[in-house]
Design a protein around this ligand. Structure first.
Ligand SMILES: NC(=O)c1ccc[n+]([C@@H]2O[C@H](COP(=O)([O-])OP(=O)(O)OC[C@H]3O[C@@H](n4cnc5c(N)ncnc54)[C@H](OP(=O)(O)O)[C@@H]3O)[C@@H](O)[C@H]2O)c1
Length: 192
């Protein structure tokens, strides 16, 4: 059975993008990039909200990274190797390979997919991830916390969700980013 992982780079105050949609402060340096590559490598299937898909599909062009450093080319290869399911009511066609579009998020379908899949899965995009968290489908949080406070914007974690967590791993990087890996051990008592 696959784990479903929600992995994000956030500000210390828990945002993935500021009020203008900017997240330049979240750009990983080489050390973090290499670490993220290894985190993402085992992922067999991404569940992507349409907005996150539109950011990530940048990595699809196999020729675009030819002159880039190895760790950048490596991430492109990791992205291209995985299956993608994009959730959208508006996207007419996907511009990446190995990609399906779903018009609705059905927790039962995702539960079955997890049960029948060997490789771990990741959910990306806070709006989509909120639905997976609320449905109790997410097994693990992987947060890379950037050393910034941005005061508002798009929250990584939704309001109204309360979870019991177990810290399973942590790491600090030269840039001041920190990595926190938490297992979700349950909803806080009385919440689900
Ligand atoms: N911190 C970082 O490193 C980083 C990296 C990349 C991106 N970002 C930021 O992350 C944010 C993207 O996250 P987001 O929360 O805005 O969006 P998201 O979850 O990626 O995508 C939301 C979209 O997914 C579709 N969707 C969601 N639920 C659905 C459902 N039940 N059925 C069908 N379609 C569904 C809808 O697409 P339609 O509108 O097409 O129906 C919805 O507008 C952006 O602000 C981006 O700039 C941050």
């Amino acid at each position: 059975m696959a784990k479903l992982i929600y992995s994000m780079i956030t500000s210390l105050d828990g945002y993935v993008a500021d009020e203008h949609g900017e997240f330049d402060w979240a750009m990983p340096d080489e050390e973090v990039h290499r670490f993220v590559n290894d985190l993402q490598r085992p992922i067999g299937t991404y569940l992507l909200g349409r907005r996150m898909y539109e950011v990530m599909v940048y990595w699809e062009d196999a020729t675009a990274f030819a002159g880039e450093p190895d760790f950048v080319r490596d991430f492109a290869a990791v992205w291209q190797a995985a299956d993608k399911i994009v959730y959208s009511r508006t996207l007419e066609r996907a511009t990446s390979a190995k990609t399906r579009i779903k018009r609705a998020f059905d927790p039962e379908t995702v539960r079955r997919l997890k049960a029948g899949t060997e490789h771990d899965m990741a959910v990306a995009g806070p709006e989509l991830a909120a639905q997976a968290l609320r449905a109790g489908l997410v097994d693990e949080l992987q947060l890379l916390v950037a050393p910034v406070v941005i005061g508002g914007g798009k929250q990584a974690l939704p309001d109204g969700v309360r979870l019991d967590l177990e810290l399973r791993d942590e790491r600090r990087f030269g840039s001041g980013m920190t990595y926190l890996r938490y297992g979700i051990t349950g909803a806080l008592r009385g919440d689900r």
